[in-house]
Ligand binder design. Structure first.
Ligand SMILES: [Zn+2]
Ligand SMILES: [Zn+2]
Length: 252
């Protein structure tokens, strides 16, 4: 029976592959399996590996004598972020940016499993200590226009991979903020001030929990910081940030 089932699964996968051949989520090249990148795109990404700042996830350029735990960058020491830690899978360079755009504008498509897998692997060091994954919410109007929140898709998939439950309802965006693109850190912080809130039902879900905010890109940390402040005010025990890509400069 099992072998029949395996055979049927094989057939239906073959049928899907025939109708919708697997393609690289970045460049669209035909590849062998769904949910992956082609070899050149995969090889072109710059994963963020140790040594990095444990506060904001910024990669350190020189590994030499900075090995070991407990290292924070100058920006985090001078001006500690409102979140307890941040990790990102890759650097936000040209290719990282293309993947994020694919995710944002490409529908609920192929980029989600690829990105989520890379992000979930960054949670291994926190295994057993995390209670909830929470996507950075979109304003309802933007969600309506875009039809989906890419961070929510990532959080759901990372939840499936890591076994940490995800909650896309307790944290809400009540102010539509203009695009953060060209703004400085200070302008971004003003821009997102008061933008987020915890629902009444969400307060019980958040109290005493170790929460991981999930977002696609970490740029100045202003958005994640605003969310972390609100979550902590609602009683969260700790708030970390997990992003797919991070700019390689300090938050300043
Ligand atoms: Zn490719
Ligand atoms: Zn830092």
């Amino acid at each position: 029976m099992d072998s029949v089932r395996t055979m049927m699964a094989g057939y239906s996968r073959a049928a899907v592959d025939f109708l919708l051949p697997p393609r690289c989520a970045v460049c669209g090249t035909r590849i062998l399996e769904h949910g992956h990148l082609c070899a050149p795109c995969w090889g072109g990404l710059k994963p963020i590996a140790a040594p990095f700042c444990i506060g904001c996830g910024m990669p350190f350029e020189y590994g030499g004598d900075m090995e070991g735990d407990g290292m924070r960058c100058g920006a985090c020491l001078a001006n500690p972020p409102d979140f307890d830690w941040a990790r990102a899978a890759v650097q936000y360079d040209e290719l990282g940016k293309r993947l994020v755009l694919t995710l944002k504008h490409g529908g609920e498509g192929a980029a989600v499993p690829v990105l989520a897998r890379m992000m979930a692997s960054r949670l291994h060091e926190f295994a057993g200590t995390l209670d909830l994954l929470m996507p950075v919410p979109l304003h309802p109007r933007r969600l309506f226009r875009r039809r989906f929140n890419q961070s929510q898709l990532l959080a759901a998939e990372i939840g499936r991979l890591s076994g940490v439950p995800h909650d896309a309802f307790s944290l809400v965006r009540r102010k539509a903020t203009p695009s953060q693109g060209p703004l400085s850190r200070k302008a971004r912080a003003t821009n997102v001030a008061g933008a987020f809130a915890v629902t009444d039902a969400g307060k019980a879900a958040i109290a005493g929990k170790s929460i991981v905010l999930v977002d696609d890109v970490l740029t100045t940390g202003a958005t994640a910081g605003a969310c972390a402040r609100i979550l902590k005010r609602a009683g969260a025990r700790s708030v970390g940030v997990l992003a797919f890509a991070r700019v390689s400069q300090p938050f300043q």
